[in-house]
Design a protein around this ligand. Structure first.
Ligand SMILES: [Zn+2]
Length: 306
């Protein structure tokens, strides 16, 4: 008797539960505004995490000429994918964002109408678990105790980064999923804690690939080369602007294969790997910035993008 009860229960349970979930979702989408009754707003991945990118996808029953949004204080311009009749925008959550509920505000426009159609949807941001492995790395003294001359070079580098790395160019150049910049094992992940010469540094804001010097490094997606120049810490440094505030950064290169202003396609070789700048040896450090926010490159590559 007991046995049969146990085997029956798990089969029966999912039916009422899934029905409730469907009703719940329907209510969540349809309650906020009567004029936007059948908007559906989805996030990929479904679970939002601090430090991770997110693709917002919006389906609207009526025709819109444009759709914009606000998310965590950032402006979003949505693109329309005619094959699925879905509006989409790539966004992110900063590493510092506390777990909790945050609102995505949407505003759809039709050129004929004066007023916009508004819709809001709440998303829960959960806390990501990043490795707390403290690695003892020894780097040259010039990086931890720089001379006045070196300090000047560091200052210049900081100014260049302030000038370039928060840029938001309106047109989207990326299309489709982001690809790995090199075929190689990962040697350090995003968000891990590091210690240099016994001093705690900020978390690792990129993804490291274990590549020997001279390995071709490719563009993770299509875009325009924003920077291709040597900087003190970054070494030979390439930054690609994919539009809408999304940048990919490639550090410590031994050689440049592009120059500033070049238009590149996903998979184009942009340089050769190396160990220039503050690096303990040859490796490729890549980073992703979205409107000035550092995001996990590994999680960006996992997204299936239109
Ligand atoms: Zn790194």
């Amino acid at each position: 008797m007991k046995m049969s009860n146990l085997t029956k229960q798990p089969r029966r349970q999912p039916v009422p539960f899934s029905r409730l979930a469907v009703v719940g979702l329907f209510l969540a989408f349809s309650l906020p505004s009567a004029s936007a009754a059948t908007w559906t707003v989805r996030a990929q991945p479904v679970r939002l995490l601090n430090g991770a990118p997110v693709l917002f996808q919006v389906k609207v029953p009526s025709r819109l000429d444009s759709l914009s949004g606000t998310w965590l204080g950032h402006h979003l311009d949505f693109s329309f994918d005619p094959s699925t009749r879905t509006w989409f925008a790539l966004a992110g959550v900063s590493l510092e964002t506390a777990p909790g509920k945050y609102t995505l505000e949407l505003a759809g426009r039709r050129s004929a109408a004066k007023a916009s159609i508004n819709f809001t949807r709440q998303f829960t941001v959960a806390r990501a678990i990043y490795p707390k492995i403290k690695v003892e790395l020894t780097v040259e003294r010039k990086f931890t105790e720089p001379t006045p001359e070196q300090l000047q070079q560091i200052k210049e580098g900081q100014q260049i980064k302030r000038d370039y790395l928060n840029r938001v160019t309106p047109d989207r150049q990326w299309a489709g999923s982001f690809t790995a910049p090199a075929v190689a094992p990962i040697s350090d992940v995003f968000g891990s804690q590091r210690i240099f010469n016994g001093k705690a540094q900020s978390p690792h804001l990129g993804l490291d690939f274990r590549v020997p010097a001279g390995t071709p490094v490719v563009a993770m997606n299509s875009g325009t080369v924003l920077l291709a120049r040597p900087l003190y810490f970054e070494g030979n440094f390439v930054v690609i602007d994919h539009g809408q505030g999304l940048l990919t950064l490639y550090l410590h290169l031994s050689e440049f294969k592009v120059k500033e202003g070049d238009v590149v396609q996903r998979g184009d070789v942009i340089g050769l790997s190396g160990g220039t700048g503050r690096a303990t040896g040859p490796h490729l450090h890549v980073a992703v910035r979205w409107q000035g926010v550092n995001l996990d490159p590994a999680r960006l590559m996992q997204l299936t993008l239109p």
